[in-house]
Design a protein around this ligand. Sequence first.
Ligand code: XMP
Length: 308
Amino acid sequence: MFSPEDFVSSAVQKIKREVTGRAVIAVSGGIDSTVAAKIVSEALGPDVLAVYVNTGLMRLGEEEEVKRTLSKLGVNHRILDEEDLFLSRLRGVVDPERKRKEIGRAFIDVFEREAKEFSAQYLVQGTIAPDWIESGGGLRDTIKSHHNVGGLPEVVHLKIVEPLRDLYKDEVRDIAEYYGIPRMRQPFPGPGLAVRIIGEVTKEKVNLLRKATSILENNISRLDEIPWQYFVVLLADRSTGVHGDRRVYGSTVAIRCVNSSDGMTANFSPIPPEVLAKISRDITNGIPEISRVVYDITDKPPGTIEWE
Ligand code: XMP
């Protein structure tokens, strides 16, 4: 049986032994990086700096939530606004793998810059087992290069520390509970909303998707059974719709709700039809640019959870 207390105590000892300098931590707002930040902070105290990068690809309210959590945990941190950098690197990029690589590279550039300023020699990451297994870590073929693995440039000037490398999601959750970390929002991919926009990422598309995501989250939060992960994907296909007596050729979004225990396999969630109908109405009424909403009924496998 996994013991969070034993894991934390040996991880803290290991970091104290192996990390001989200052470190920066990439905090994404998800459970993995928050737990990693707390563990490393226990080991290194003020010699660690948690950096949260606002990539412009995050959900509504995310930055404030991260700020609150890190302050409560007593983790030394900095919040950076890098929206322009990320959007400019993504300009013209359509291929999903290239998107991840561009985002990974931009992250690393920002962290290297911050690390230099903080005189850090180490970069801590919240990588967990499924991230590297699915990134071709030797066990399986590359399915997707998760940004915190596959996106690393060949020359990284910082030594990488990954305290959660051998853990699965449920074990990370146990540690979060042990620390009294408030229940986090659902899992969210490092590359953020960029991998939920099919085709080129623009500020306008991110804004649309952010609004639709918030509407979905509001509706789902009222359910008795909350799916493991639920989100909206903005498709590249447009479709005809009717607004009042006017025909419009608007955007299409797909709703993806899945149940899973570790993200390695998943089943689509059987959301009640009346709830789906309300989500669809709320989205199309609230966001005039969206004229069609579809529901994804694919399990993993054969589909992955994300669309890109
Ligand atoms: P997939 O789409 O591979 O997703 O079935 C499995 C779980 O991993 C999340 N995910 C990511 N997390 N960087 C991350 O940190 C990524 O590039 C990435 N891609 C997918 C996904 O949201 C799901 O929870």
